[in-house]
Design a protein around this ligand. Structure first.
Ligand code: HEM
Length: 194
């Protein structure tokens, strides 16, 4: 059990280590700050979708290990989103604190990305077992916001890319599939079919 936990942790860390190596080798292309923002943004959304896929994977495979790793994978989505945010604040805005507020308020794609990030922070902060116990039924309700974070992240992406929408459409289709699966599962459960 513990070994699997450590293995999951190390695998989730691989994109970060590879990115760090690229930074150290100065291998990020002509616009390193932008490249870093794009890469970390990509990994945030991938881990978010992966976290959402854990429950369906558990049901399809019958392996409880998927559900047990859901929290860690979700926290990695928050981790990559935090790095993404820091890259933006440090390298793209040059730590101009006034500009942060201005951009969050005035640029819709930043407002949307920021809202998604705030949701991930709330979900991360309420993810420990003690919070699950404290919040009781409200915990489930609160954590349904993960789908809102996903939708906001996709809108953020669509707003940025504008021309080639294929990637945003792929992520959007995966999110829609996961949400659809969840709704069907909840309905069948309510009808006593499961
Ligand atoms: C903290 C708030 C956020 C800010 C300020 C922010 C800002 C940015 C910026 C400046 C870019 C690069 C745009 C460009 O120059 O082309 C970007 C890209 C991206 N962001 Fe965010 N973002 C935030 C939150 C998020 C979150 C929470 C996610 C996903 C969960 C996300 C996913 C992405 C993705 C996937 C891209 C890459 C788009 C591409 O590959 O073309 N962002 N973001």
């Amino acid at each position: 059990m513990k070994r699997l936990r450590i293995l999951t942790f190390l695998v989730c860390l691989i994109p970060f280590v590879l990115l760090l190596l690229k930074v150290l080798q100065n291998d990020l292309g002509p616009d390193p700050a932008k490249e870093l923002a794009l890469e970390t943004g990509e990994w945030s959304i991938r881990f978010l979708l992966l976290a959402l896929a854990m429950t369906p994977l558990r049901h399809l495979s019958g392996r409880v290990e998927f559900a047990q790793r859901r929290r860690m994978v979700g926290l990695f989505a928050l981790f990559y989103a935090s790095v993404h945010f820091l890259v933006w604040v440090i390298f793209l805005l040059g730590l101009r604190w006034g500009a942060i507020l201005e951009e969050v308020v005035e640029r819709p794609y930043i407002t949307i990305g920021f809202s998604s990030f705030l949701i991930l922070i709330v979900l991360g902060a309420t993810s420990p077992r003690v919070m699950v116990r404290k919040l009781g039924k409200n915990w489930r309700r609160l954590h349904r916001l993960v789908y809102v974070a996903g939708v906001l992240a996709i809108i953020h992406l669509v707003w940025i890319v504008r021309t080639d929408l294929s990637e945003a459409l792929l992520y959007g289709a995966i999110l829609a599939g996961l949400l659809g699966w969840r709704l069907v599962f909840a309905r069948n459960k309510a009808r006593g079919l499961l």
